[in-house]
Structure formats: structure tokens, C-alpha cells
Design a protein around this ligand. Structure first.
Ligand code: ARG
Length: 319
């Protein structure tokens, strides 16, 4: 990890960013004084990073979906679903990169969690390494650090000392606003609120924080899906009123999914342009998406839903 650095935020500031927007954590619509138009733009990554499910299993209950599903996965089914998802990305024109699966790291297939990648328009790509809650998942992070360093990324950490650092679960909880140098940050079950102060200072950008209040929606990406710069899809019961007001402050159109579709991981969808990849079987959500000009692309992720993850969890967008 020779590229490890905590000083990149300083470099960004020297690059002349608008300091009033830099490094702030905003938790309510009242505190949110800037308009989206004030936020600098950001180039979206165009490649996907996945990890094959050779060692995927459900060994313990890290989230409510895993309860009752211990040791219940069908390896052949998981393999088939994973390959079909990979093919879906490739068919849509997004190359899929692979990180090697590791024995005993049964959740490594969920590549959304181990880091948060980003890139300055004029700089190197970087990743902020996660500080995972569960020891078995903490062991995944060094493999991702190695992959990203080997691919020319600068490695960063929230603090020098992992033991005292607040928990942070990468893109499961920290989601980029489409095309903007702005992050949405979910907290409460996995990522701790204090992580966003550190993240905001490290990257020198504003974080809009959202408290998660429903334990079935333990990662932000299970209840919140960005569709485009002014359109999002959410499960409202995962949030409190402050969070809902903040979401509505920055997205002109907010599609609210039903409890049944949320339980079917409709919000764990992934929008790529006008295509939205999502778990099959949420017809109302698909119809609403079409109404907003999006085209649903349905896939099967049932084996992974037993472990609490679907489309968005099974990939990381990389540069
Ligand atoms: N079993 C995994 C866990 O509990 C699922 C992770 C799902 N990932 C996500 N980005 N929501 O950690």
C-alpha cells in the first residue's frame, strides 16, 4: 500500500475548488444552501468490477435477509445468475473487470462495499478504503487495495488508525450524485455518521447524510437509487422526514417504490444512462420507470438476495 495518502483533500483545495462547498456534511434541507448547479461536475466511470461467486455462502446473519437463509445458497444457481449479470453489463457496453475470489471470504462477491472510488477530472483515480463492520468482511479490503493499487489508483484511508476509525462501507452507503462532485451518505446500521465528517474533509466535498431507520434497509443502496442528475428512486420507509426532505431538495423527481418492490430489491437497481438494471418481479416499479423515460432491464439475483444484496451490491464502477 505504498500509495496510501491522507493528503489528497489538500491537493484538491489547492486546485482552486470553491471552498464554501468543500468539506461540509449536511443533514437537513434547511442546512442545504447550495444548488446542484453550484456543484462541479464529475466524470462517471465506465467499467464494472465484479468478483465471481466461487466461495459465496451464507455462514452467519450479518443482516435481516440472511436470517433463515444460513447455508441455503445454490452454487450453480448463483453462478448462473452472476454470469448473466456480467453478460448484461457487457451487452450494454460496459466492460467487466474481475477481482479474484478468495476462499473463506464468502461475501467478497458483493464488490460495492470494500472501497469508494473517485477521480478528479485532472487527476489520478483514487479509492477510499472501507472500514467494514464484520471481521470476515474486513479481510476483503486488502485484496481490493491491492487490485486498485495495481490498476493505478491512489489509496486513501479515513484515518491512520483503523481500530478507532468510524465504520465505513464504501459504495454500499456512500453514493455519488450522478455527474456531480457530491456524495450521498447513509448511516445507522453499517457506516457510522462520523465517517462522513472524515470523508468530506478527506475528499474536500459536501456529503448529504441520510439516517437509515429501518434495519431491513441496512445499506443506503438497498433503499436509494440515483437514476440521473435530477431523478431518484427510493423506499420512503427507510428514511426519516429530514432525510426525505433532503432527497426531495436535490432530486426534482423522486419515484417511491412500494414495500413489496423494496423487499424485492427494486431500489438496489443500477441506472446506466436510460437503462436501469434491476431484479425481476417488480412490475409497478418497472412501469413507473418507463413513465419517467427509463428502460428497465430485468435480471435474476435471487441467490444473492438471500444474503441481502442484488444488482447494485454485486458491482463496483471503476475508471
Ligand atoms: N451479506 C452482505 C453483507 O451483509 C451483503 C452486502 C450487500 N451489499 C450492499 N452494497 N448492500 O454485508
Amino acid at each position: 500500500m505504498s500509495g496510501l495518502s491522507q493528503a489528497v483533500g489538500v491537493l484538491f483545495m489547492e486546485g482552486g475548488r470553491n471552498s464554501s462547498l468543500a468539506a461540509s456534511v449536511i443533514g437537513s434541507a434547511e442546512e442545504a444552501r447550495f444548488a446542484l448547479a453550484d456543484i462541479p461536475s464529475r466524470v462517471e466511470p465506465r467499467q464494472v468490477l465484479m468478483c465471481d461467486p466461487s466461495y459465496f455462502e451464507i455462514k452467519d446473519a450479518k443482516n435481516p435477509f440472511m436470517e433463515g437463509n444460513l447455508n441455503s445458497t445454490d452454487p450453480k444457481g448463483a453462478n448462473r445468475q452472476w454470469h448473466a449479470l456480467k453478460q448484461t453489463y457487457e451487452n450494454l457496453g460496459y466492460p467487466v473487470r474481475l477481482i479474484s475470489a478468495q476462499k473463506n471470504l464468502e461475501d467478497m462477491v458483493f464488490t460495492a462495499n470494500q472501497v469508494l472510488p473517485g477521480k478528479e477530472d485532472d487527476g489520478l483515480p483514487y479509492v477510499v478504503l472501507s472500514e467494514m463492520v464484520h471481521p470476515s468482511r474486513q479481510a476483503e479490503v486488502p485484496f481490493f487495495a491491492e487490485w486498485f493499487e495495481g490498476n493505478g489508483y491512489q489509496l486513501m484511508r479515513l484515518t491512520g488508525d483503523s481500530a478507532s476509525c468510524p465504520r465505513f462501507e464504501g459504495q454500499g452507503d456512500a453514493i455519488w450524485h450522478p455527474g456531480k462532485r457530491l456524495l450521498w451518505g447513509g448511516y445507522g446500521f453499517r457506516t457510522q455518521e462520523a465517517a462522513y465528517t472524515l470523508l468530506s474533509e478527506l475528499l474536500c466535498l459536501p456529503v448529504l447524510k441520510l439516517e437509515l431507520v429501518n434495519s431491513r434497509f441496512y445499506h443506503l443502496d438497498t433503499a436509494f437509487c440515483v437514476l440521473d442528475v435530477d431523478c431518484a428512486m427510493i423506499y420512503p420507509d427507510a428514511f426519516n422526514e429530514r432525510g426525505l426532505a433532503l432527497i426531495r431538495r436535490y432530486f426534482a423527481r423522486v419515484l417511491e417504490v412500494s414495500e413489496a418492490d423494496a423487499a424485492n430489491f427494486a431500489c438496489n437497481a443500477h441506472a446506466l444512462g436510460r437503462k436501469v438494471i434491476l431484479q425481476a418481479g417488480s412490475p409497478d416499479t418497472c412501469q413507473a420507470l418507463r413513465g419517467l423515460g427509463f428502460e428497465p432491464v430485468e435480471v435474476e439475483t435471487g441467490e444473492f438476495m438471500k444474503s441481502g444484496g442484488s444488482v447494485f451490491c454485486l458491482k463496483m464502477m471503476v475508471f
